[in-house]
Design a protein around this ligand. Structure first.
Ligand code: MG
Length: 273
């Protein structure tokens, strides 16, 4: 398999066709890659999503981050957003999803709060790794509605977890092996609203350059309707010294358990949805 000695990445964002503001924010700087999708009136969503990614960025030191620091940064952001929300910007919050490179032993941490998503492309298989924290996902999980009924559901924008709510923050997080050749996609919900999993996988598979792939995904989502802000971060794990960046952080922390919510849903590209 080989050791991951270098990473390459790309990122792209667009307000879409229906919304004036872009309330998404992203971070694409080793060792952290993340997308936040803000919510709340009067520009509050912009503030909340930016606060979340800024808190993550502040958790790194010398280009390294530990799991403990990462999770602490997310909790700190949650508190900070809530406190600010209690003032002039009532009701603001944000999703946060991402991937953190933690350690030379080839492990990474995937984390999620809300309905932004992390996917992994490996050997032609595209897997959604995160599980949405949304009303619609809960209805799908308990069998009340089907995946296709979720599309037009009136509560499809309602998340059941977010940063800034004020109490009881639950973070989904777990570690995964870093494999050379893996491509990670982190995205706000503006992408899956517009593109099928096959369309997304086809673009990811056909564009080796991560910036080109990110730009194309966003372009296609906007072309397909652009009903929401759309933000994409792509992370490629490589062993090629020609690529940029190098995950070199060492994580000596230990935590009891993660919250890996369930096995990933794997989609074979070109197959039935
Ligand atoms: Mg959104």
């Amino acid at each position: 398999m080989g050791e991951v000695t270098a990473v390459a990445w790309g990122a792209s964002t667009h307000p879409g066709r229906r919304r004036k503001r872009n309330e998404d924010a992203f971070l694409a700087a080793p060792p952290l890659f993340a997308v936040a999708d803000g919510m709340g009136g009067h520009a509050a969503g912009d503030v909340a999503s930016q606060m979340a990614v800024d808190a993550l960025a502040a958790a790194t030191s010398d280009g390294q981050v530990t799991r403990v620091d990462l999770l602490e940064a997310i909790r700190t952001a949650d508190t900070s957003i809530f406190e600010r929300s209690a003032g002039e910007q009532e009701g603001m919050g944000t999703t946060l999803s991402g991937v953190a490179l933690t350690g030379t032993s080839g492990r990474l941490v995937i984390f999620n709060v809300g309905d932004s998503r992390v996917y992994r492309l490996r050997d032609g298989l595209l897997a959604q790794l995160t599980h949405d924290h949304s009303v619609v996902q809960e209805l799908i999980d308990d069998g009340t509605i089907s995946e296709s009924e979720a599309e037009g559901h009136p509560d499809r924008h309602v998340v059941t977890r977010s940063l800034g709510f004020g109490s009881g923050l639950e973070i989904d997080w777990w570690t995964a092996d870093a494999h050379v050749g893996d491509r990670y996609l982190i995205t706000s919900d503006g992408l899956p609203k517009e593109l099928t999993i096959d369309e997304t996988g086809e673009i990811l598979s056909s564009r080796p350059d991560p910036q080109s792939a990110a730009d194309q995904l966003v372009l296609r989502a906007v072309d397909a309707g652009g009903r929401d802000n759309v933000t994409v971060v792509i992370l490629d794990l490589g062993a090629d010294e020609a690529t940029v960046g190098a995950p070199s952080s060492v994580d000596h922390t230990s935590l009891d358990d993660d919250t890996n919510p369930r096995p990933a849903t794997v989609h074979e590209l070109g197959g039935a949805r």
